[in-house]
Design a protein around this ligand. Structure first.
Ligand code: SF4
Length: 197
């Protein structure tokens, strides 16, 4: 295999095996994974955090510096914004889980490539299948591109997809860089409260 080529294997087969193996085994598989080039820049793999029986699953983008060092998703400044969002949504600890589209940090904080997202997607899909959330909240465009690239979602407008409700909201980091987005995000949340309350 050329140095830059991914070794993604058969998507359906990988998902099936991961689901059969169970949630804890997925974590072990992620830790051992070298299927794409991102494993080279990873210190820790970032598997997910939250409830094992969530009503709401948040999908973020990729681990950042703090996540790479700790193995915990959303543990830096964006994590504090996500905490505020979760509080504003009125969710308790047992209600939610957060995972990323890719489990290893891209070098120099670049966006994950489409091929890397595809390669990591069986982990994401197996996590969704086993966690079985009612609602999936896509935090930003990368999450949308990974989970449902065939859809053209509007911000804050829910759609049904494969038996679940999908809602695209701003990534918490976007609220840091563009403060005015916070008010819009809160309005999206207010408009959709019936989905999780
Ligand atoms: S990003 Fe995903 S597919 Fe790539 S090496 Fe890490 S766990 Fe494996």
């Amino acid at each position: 295999m050329p140095a830059e080529e991914e070794d993604c294997g058969n998507f359906e087969e990988r998902v099936r095996k991961l689901v059969e193996a169970g949630y804890e085994a997925i974590g072990s598989e992620i830790i051992a994974c070298t299927r794409c080039q991102l494993h080279k820049s990873a210190i820790k793999r970032v598997i997910g955090k939250g409830s094992c029986n969530p009503r709401v699953l948040f999908i973020g983008e990729a681990p950042g510096k703090n996540e790479n060092e700790t193995g915990i998703p959303f543990c830096g400044r964006a994590g504090k914004k996500l905490d505020k969002m979760i509080e504003y949504m009125g969710l308790t600890e047992k209600d939610w889980t957060v995972v990323n589209t890719v489990k290893c940090r891209p070098p120099e904080n670049r966006n994950p490539k489409a091929s890397e997202i595809d390669c990591c997607k069986p982990f994401l899909v197996a996590q969704i299948t086993l966690l079985d959330p009612k609602i999936i909240i896509l935090l930003g465009n990368t999450a949308e591109k990974s989970y449902c690239p065939e859809k053209k979602l509007e911000w804050g407008v829910p759609v049904e997809h494969e038996g679940r409700t999908i809602l695209k909201l701003y990534h918490p980091a976007a609220l840091i860089y563009t403060a005015s987005k916070t008010e819009t995000q809160w309005a999206f949340i207010d408009k959709n409260r019936n989905l999780w309350e």
